[in-house]
Design a protein. Structure first.
Length: 145
């Protein structure tokens, strides 16, 4: 776990905000100011945490991958056939992370809202192949126990 420095927090927050500015339609009455500010708040909670865990994944390979990849099936075909074990694994890992943090007396929050800027965030953090950024888990001391 690397503690957050001001400059990196600013850059990450900026990348997320810029992405939402890009993807949220400008002239759509359903996207009110209150929707816009909720989305922004929800996706930037990590900037207020004393520490953020960047959860990374590397491609999940089971025996069946080795067998079927010699046929016409791609890794993503096999993953789909098996009902996305890669995603299920990540959910389990993050769930355990939250439980462990809570057990140690911390508060933790799963953050996928910021992942709209996954590409930019990955560059800022320095994530390289074969790893990919899955989520942030913001960690801090809870105000209420
Ligand atoms: C897959 C997933 C992604 C989440 N992403 C965010 C997020 O981007 N920002 C946020 O503030 N909370 C996020 N949360 C946390 C939820 O907002 C909420 O705090 C958590 O699910 C517990 O709420 P509950 O007790 O009502 O279930 C996420 C939760 C899950 C399971």
């Amino acid at each position: 776990m690397r503690s957050q420095t001001g400059d990196l927090i600013e850059k990450r927050a900026h990348a997320v905000k810029a992405k939402y500015d890009e993807i949220l339609p400008k002239n759509d009455e359903r996207i009110t100011e209150s929707v816009r500010s909720s989305v922004e708040m929800f996706s930037s909670i990590f900037t207020k945490a004393p520490a953020v865990i960047a959860v990374l994944a590397e491609p999940y390979t089971a025996i069946i991958d080795k067998v079927l990849s010699q046929t016409s099936h791609s890794h993503s075909d096999i993953n789909k056939l098996r009902n996305y074990p890669d995603i299920q694994t990540m959910g389990a890992a993050i769930g355990n992370l939250l439980l462990a943090a809570t057990d140690l007396g911390y508060g933790a929050c799963w953050q996928t809202g910021a992942m709209v800027a996954k590409e930019e965030l990955s560059k800022l953090i320095g994530i390289k192949e074969p790893f990919s950024l899955i989520a942030f888990v913001a960690v801090g001391k809870p105000i209420v126990k």
